[in-house]
Design a protein around this ligand. Structure first.
Ligand code: 4GN
Length: 227
């Protein structure tokens, strides 16, 4: 999969991208990451990427032209049909099933905004999908782009080994994960549930399924409602 991230802070993206599971997937060539700076597509001496909002108000707005030129550049090398995704609190909220769908794509073009936002005409003409990672506001779209990338890359074939398989993850079954324990068997009077030490694999699977369902019922009953 080709992932392209358009950002005014390419070092922020690079500094988080080459760590852990995602970093390994890039190193192994299962994913390519290219980061593009719209400032490289300016022609004035000040390399202007933002301007004051029409109608007044605080802050600055990202200009259309440097972003549009950058998107066109990326589209020249990205696979046909790679969607342009703008990370924004006003977008559709990311869920596991959307990450699964997006993991089928050959390429993704992620647009990370800054300041008060992007000129709406760029969004209308050049963006395929507006996506949010949750109901809160951040100072830039870089972290949301990295969150989206992580949620997708870990689903790609071969990225996770058998023992870290995403099939076992919380949400892949549509419910929360069961609780996990490792050695020692007792810490300050807190014991590991006995069934996990029994060696009875059927009983362990049953206990874990019950725990997962019960904590979903208590913490996230909304996940158990059918849509
Ligand atoms: C996305 C972007 C939160 C999200 C963002 C989110 C940068 N904050 N919930 N901040 O996915 C205006 C310009 C705010 C870009 C945007």
């Amino acid at each position: 999969m080709q992932i392209h991230i358009i950002s005014l802070f390419p070092q922020e993206v690079e500094s988080f991208a080459h760590i852990g599971v995602v970093g390994r997937a890039i190193k192994e060539g299962r994913v390519t990451l290219q980061v593009w700076n719209p400032r490289d597509n300016t022609s004035d001496v000040h390399a202007t990427v933002d301007d004051r909002p029409y109608g007044g108000g605080p802050g600055m707005v990202m200009k259309v032209e440097p972003l549009r030129k950058t998107i066109q550049q990326v589209k020249e090398i990205a696979p046909q049909g790679s969607p342009v995704v703008y990370l924004s609190p006003a977008g559709q909220v990311l869920q596991q099933k959307l990450a699964i769908t997006m993991s089928q794509s050959q390429g993704l073009i992620l647009l990370a905004g800054r300041y008060e936002g992007i000129d709406e005409r760029l969004i209308e003409r050049d963006v395929d999908m507006e996506l949010s990672i949750g109901d809160y506001v951040l100072s830039g779209g870089e972290l949301p782009a990295l969150v989206l990338m992580d949620s997708i890359v870990r689903l790609l074939p071969g990225v996770l080994g058998d023992d870290e398989s995403s099939q076992q993850d919380s949400f892949m079954q549509g419910i929360l994960d069961y609780p996990h324990y490792t050695r020692p068997a007792e810490i300050d009077g807190q014991e590991v549930p006995k069934v996990l030490m029994s060696g009875d694999h059927k009983a362990i699977a049953k206990w874990r399924a019950e725990q997962a369902l019960e904590r979903t019922r208590l913490r996230r009953p909304d996940l158990l409602e059918e849509d």
